[in-house]
Design a protein around this ligand. Structure first.
Ligand code: CA
Length: 663
């Protein structure tokens, strides 16, 4: 309130000044004054200004080799429109009510207890059937009670009802590919093009021109999600920037932030034009400070690192260590693919799957399981286990145990998934590889996929909308394999589909799988020794049948034992059960924590389906019923049931059992 202090690291500059502006809009002729800065320790420059500067905008001008350049502050806390001018901000004044007592709703839980749901802020509200007022905004995720035209819950209520623990939001730091001055024009981007790492993206705010608005609204979103028992994961992209030459850090300290090849071009392992030189000390410090800032200031509960294989393990371990000092429950995972990049120093290892033991608190996406389930991501007509590929049994045994033949040694480092924002959606991928299959057969493949990765040891992760057969159909009718800049019509979540019984049944199946997982600690073991002690693959089964016998002697586990069977054949298969009575909780059409039927002796597993049974009490202690949305939801179930009764009485009894299973 009394004064503002500025400090900038610009060791190669001959002179630096700070420019104060009335507005945050680049090009506006409203300079208040330029204050020359004084050289200080370690290549930094300092200045201070008396008075309350909250709401004043600023930039730096650096003189390097006689040339003056204006740049934004790499440490900017917020900016004006399009992130060109930083704003001095009293962060305390942006806190929502109750912020001091706000905390991670899943504090005390480990990464293996997480069920992660990956979503783009715009997609949740951009289809008119969402019923959400704040289309494409942070505030869209603060709206409760939203429904489709016929009363099916959408948005936040839907996500809460599904039962996920962590909402992973695609990048919402300030990125460059959406013009914040043209928000009335249709625009879409995933946002993997960072401009200001410590500033919320302006296009998701209701006013990108006033820097405090985006900060307030991003915090309100986090607060509301926390109040609804949902932890927030931020997708972060430290491996490259939108434009290396124009990135403020590189303007202030030329060629420092990005890796440069011997021939003077930028290293481009990312495929996005440049790679971040994380091995340099002030870049490492910058990444550590940035991640810690989001955890401290915005109460972010997890970070998903884009192309983390381009960042060194020393930096990642320091990031995780520093964040965990104050926030021990924050989870970290990323894309650990191996890539070619030009390091600026010797002796650094990269944060890849193959180096996973060097970064023990970092989990990695399991492309092993992903490709095994549905076929290779890049050969989209290739089949996987669920669509009839042979010879996958042994690898599936490993993956189900949270391990991987090639790289993963513990279930706490395996992100188990079948689809994410990249490439075809799960249903689109199944469609592409099974031209001969019926819709019903494809839904069986979809649900078998989900049953596998949702019950496997490791950390389940899903793309938003997979639970109601998300499809990305282009205007020409083709399936969109890379919708990073595609229109809302392709990317939006089509909530009205949930009014259709076929889609609604898939949704209920996912919801039941999640409830089942949350009810059974034995599916959430966090180390390989424990898994090997409790999970045993069953040998000598038919081809394309994989099963596991799981013991129940784990803390908090209510079942005396569990038997998990996956049948990828087009015909039903019989599997001999261990002695005793077994309660079916998951079959080809229903999933949940309640018993559908009790069997013994031989289990009959329907074509392309999972059969999961527990011994003793099938009900877990942690199954969650979302009381807030129950009445509207029950009304909807009733509508479906009536329709089913009229249609076919034989289906009726199945649905009735299903209703019980859905609790
Ligand atoms: Ca932006």
């Amino acid at each position: 309130k009394d004064s503002t202090a500025f400090r900038l690291w610009a060791p190669t500059a001959q002179a630096v000044s700070v420019n104060l502006y009335e507005s945050g809009t680049e090009g506006t002729d409203d300079l208040i004054e330029s204050i020359p800065m004084t050289a200080d320790i370690n290549g930094t420059w300092v200045a201070s200004k008396n008075g309350d500067l909250n709401g004043i905008y600023y930039t730096y001008t650096v003189t390097i080799n006689g040339e003056e350049k204006e740049a934004n502050d790499p440490y900017a806390r917020t900016t004006g429109v399009n992130g060109k001018r930083a704003m001095i901000i009293d962060l305390e004044s942006t806190n929502p009510e109750g912020w001091d007592s706000d905390s991670n709703p899943h504090a005390g839980e480990g990464i293996n207890d997480a069920v992660i749901y990956e979503m783009h802020i715009r997609d949740v509200s951009s289809d008119s059937s969402s019923g959400i007022e704040n289309v494409g905004k942070y505030l869209g995720l603060t709206e409760t009670g939203t429904t489709t035209e016929n009363g099916v819950p959408t948005g936040l209520d839907h996500i809460k009802d599904l039962g996920i623990t962590h909402l992973h939001l695609l990048p919402f730091y300030d990125y460059g590919s959406v013009d914040e001055t043209k928000l009335d024009t249709p625009q879409f981007n995933w946002g993997y093009d960072p401009v200001n790492y410590n500033v919320p993206e302006g296009s998701y705010s209701t006013d990108p021109y006033h820097g405090e608005v985006r900060v307030k609204e991003a915090k309100e979103m986090v607060k509301t999600l926390h109040d609804n028992d949902i932890s927030v994961v931020m997708d972060v992209v430290y491996n490259h920037v939108y434009n290396a030459g124009e990135f403020c850090f590189n303007v202030i300290v030329p060629e420092y932030f990005s890796r440069v090849n011997d021939n003077g071009t930028y290293s481009n392992g990312s495929g996005c034009g440049n790679d971040t030189a994380s091995e340099r000390s002030m870049v490492k410090k910058y990444i550590v400070d940035s991640v810690k800032y989001w955890a401290d200031e915005y109460h972010i509960d997890g970070f998903r690192f884009d192309l983390v294989g381009l960042l060194d393990t020393e930096t990642m371990n320091e990031v995780i260590g520093e964040v965990h000092k104050d926030h021990p429950d924050v989870i970290f995972y990323g894309e650990g693919w191996s890539m070619q990049t030009s390091l600026t120093k010797e002796g650094y290892s990269m944060t890849t799957q193959t180096n996973s033991t060097e970064v023990p608190e970092m989990a990695f996406f399991s492309d092993t399981l992903r490709d095994l389930l549905k076929g290779n991501t890049f050969s989209t007509t290739e089949k996987g286990f669920v669509s009839g590929a042979n010879g996958k049994e042994k690898t599936l045994q490993k993956c189900f145990m949270g391990l991987s033949p090639e790289w993963c040694t513990t279930p706490s480092q395996s992100i188990n998934y079948a689809s994410c924002h990249d490439n075809l959606s799960l249903m689109d991928r199944i469609i592409r590889s099974t031209p001969e299959a019926s819709v019903e057969e494809r839904i069986r493949m979809n649900n078998l996929t989900a049953a596998i990765y949702m019950t496997a040891e490791g950390v389940p992760f899903m793309q938003a909308g997979e639970e109601f057969l998300r499809s990305k159909v282009k205007a020409d009718g083709g399936l969109d394999e890379n919708s990073y800049a595609s229109p809302d019509s392709v990317n939006s979540l089509k909530w009205s589909n949930l009014e259709d019984e076929q889609y609604q049944n898939v949704y209920q199946y996912y919801k039941g799988l999640i409830a089942f997982r949350k009810a059974h600690p034995v599916l959430r073991l966090d180390n390989a020794e424990n898994v090997k002690a409790h999970v045993t693959p069953v040998e000598d089964l038919d081809d394309n049948v994989v099963a596991f016998a799981i013991t129940g002697d784990v803390d908090g586990e209510t079942a005396d034992g569990m038997y998990v069977i996956f049948n990828a054949n087009n015909e039903k298969k019989e599997v001999t059960l261990p002695e005793g009575n077994w309660n079916v909780c998951i079959n080809d059409t229903l999933a949940g924590t309640d018993t559908i039927e009790t069997i013994s002796g031989t289990a009959e597993v329907a074509p392309v389906s999972a059969l999961i049974l527990v011994k003793g009490d099938g009900n877990g202690s942690t199954a969650v019923v979302s009381a807030g949305t129950l009445p509207a939801w029950m009304a909807y179930v009733f509508t479906i049931l009536v329709a089913v009764v009229i249609g076919a009485c034989s289906v009726w009894s199945q649905k009735k059992a299903g209703k019980a299973g859905r609790k």
